[in-house]
Design a protein around this ligand. Structure first.
Ligand code: 5GP
Ligand code: ZN
Length: 117
């Protein structure tokens, strides 16, 4: 199903009309803390151009987005003392996607029982 990008909450965050706790920004990518922290430091990395899901990403957008992930992960590791990470994307309602602007979840892990399954 195609969702209307005019109502996209993440585009509003990029525009600055909805605030966020920014972790990283460049011309093409924004990373910010998830409003609902599954683990401490839970961060979302999004392309600034609206793409609904993994199927809509282009290789160029995906390549740049993933190129900044190691640096963001290391910064979160330093800040919060995470000892592991899960990288996760939900694409499609069937997969649990609730915001239809592609985002990569960076989930810092502290122990196997730190609240994320
Ligand atoms: P999804 O379920 O689509 O994989 O993940 C969407 C994520 O966006 C959820 O983890 C949810 O907490 C987060 N989220 C939804 N609305 C907002 C918001 O307004 N600000 C921030 N920072 N995160 C949001
Ligand atoms: Zn959007």
């Amino acid at each position: 199903m195609t969702h209307n990008p005019d109502n996209c909450i993440f585009c509003k965050i990029i525009e600055g009309t909805i605030p966020c706790a920014k972790v990283y920004e460049d011309e093409q990518v924004l990373a910010f803390l998830d409003i609902s922290q599954s683990t401490k430091g839970h961060t979302l990395v999004i392309p600034k151009v609206h793409k609904q899901d993994v199927f809509a990403l282009t290789p160029d957008i995906a390549a740049h987005l993933f190129s900044v992930v190691p640096g963001i992960a290391k910064a979160i590791q330093m800040e919060y003392g995470a000892t592991g990470f899960n990288l996760l994307n939900n694409s499609g309602e069937q997969a649990g996607q609730t915001v239809f602007h592609f985002h990569l979840h960076l989930l810092p892990r502290y122990s196997k029982n730190d609240g994320f399954k």
